[in-house]
Write a protein that binds this ligand. Structure first.
Ligand SMILES: Nc1ncnc2c1ncn2[C@@H]1O[C@H](COP(=O)(O)OP(=O)(O)O)[C@@H](O)[C@H]1O
Ligand SMILES: [Mg+2]
Length: 227
């Protein structure tokens, strides 16, 4: 089978004043199309480092990262800008919306950059995340949870087969975080898209297909949800 995302023996070492710091010490992961995966780990365990490698924003010290048949590890991050937009949707803790643009125009941004705008798509995606009524609101007038849902809709605009999310609910209160997380899972399931979400928030992660833990630079799958 072709996985939406694979990594093989991924290692990442950073040079530091006190010597090399090995943050990832051989990580393996396969994510099927339509699968929703959570990676849990405490602060400092290397979650963001791993997500950047999976997104092709950083290159592993050694090992392989694949988006389907594309060998992401073989080229430097800047070489992936165009393919990344088509293959990977990204959501971060901070929604990074453009303040001058309304919700609809923010959602359309990836289409603008890729030269692929689809009339009505932003409106449909905003409806999918429960923001039909807020389509013309500016970010400053939206709540934190609403802003993050706009960021989700934007990550989906070009319909990438893979969505990567780094603590997407990290700046939200518990109830709002749970809502945003549910939207993310619904959107993935209804569109058959693969999702990898990293978080330190154990309580948030329900209804996922697989749960992994990152510790000591290695990823292990929780036995409880093994197939
Ligand atoms: N560019 C870098 N240079 C040196 N150390 C780094 C760099 N990026 C991350 N680290 C270190 O790697 C470890 C893991 O960081 P990070 O991936 O951000 O963890 P998490 O997202 O799980 O909190 C930390 O000790 C951090 O200081
Ligand atoms: Mg992090």
């Amino acid at each position: 089978m072709t996985f939406a995302l694979s990594c093989r023996d991924v290692r990442r070492t950073f040079p530091t004043p006190s010597g090399p710091l090995e943050v990832l010490a051989g990580v393996d992961l396969d994510v099927e199309p339509g699968e929703v995966v959570a990676i849990l780990g405490p602060s400092g365990s290397g979650k963001t480092t791993l997500l950047h490698l999976l997104a092709g924003l950083d290159r592993p010290t050694s090992g392989e990262v694949w988006w389907g048949d594309l060998a992401v590890h073989e080229r430097p991050p800047r070489a992936w800008a165009r393919e990344r937009a088509a293959h990977v949707g990204l959501v971060f803790q901070d929604p990074h919306l453009v303040g001058e643009l309304d919700a609809t125009a923010n959602v359309e941004l990836p289409g603008r950059f890729a030269g692929r705008r689809t009339p009505g798509r932003a409106r449909d995606l905003l409806a999918d995340v429960g923001l039909a009524e807020r389509a013309h609101a500016h970010p400053a007038t939206l709540s934190g949870g609403e802003r993050q849902r706009v960021a989700l809709a934007r990550a989906w605009y070009l319909d990438p087969p893979l969505l990567l999310a780094d603590e997407p609910t990290g700046s939200l209160d518990r109830a709002t975080a749970a809502q945003v997380f549910e939207r993310l899972v619904d959107l993935a399931r209804s569109h058959g898209r693969a999702v990898v979400m990293v978080t330190h928030d154990e309580g948030l992660v329900r209804d996922v297909d697989a749960r992994y833990r990152l510790a000591g630079g290695r990823l292990t799958r929780d036995a409880t949800d093994a197939p």
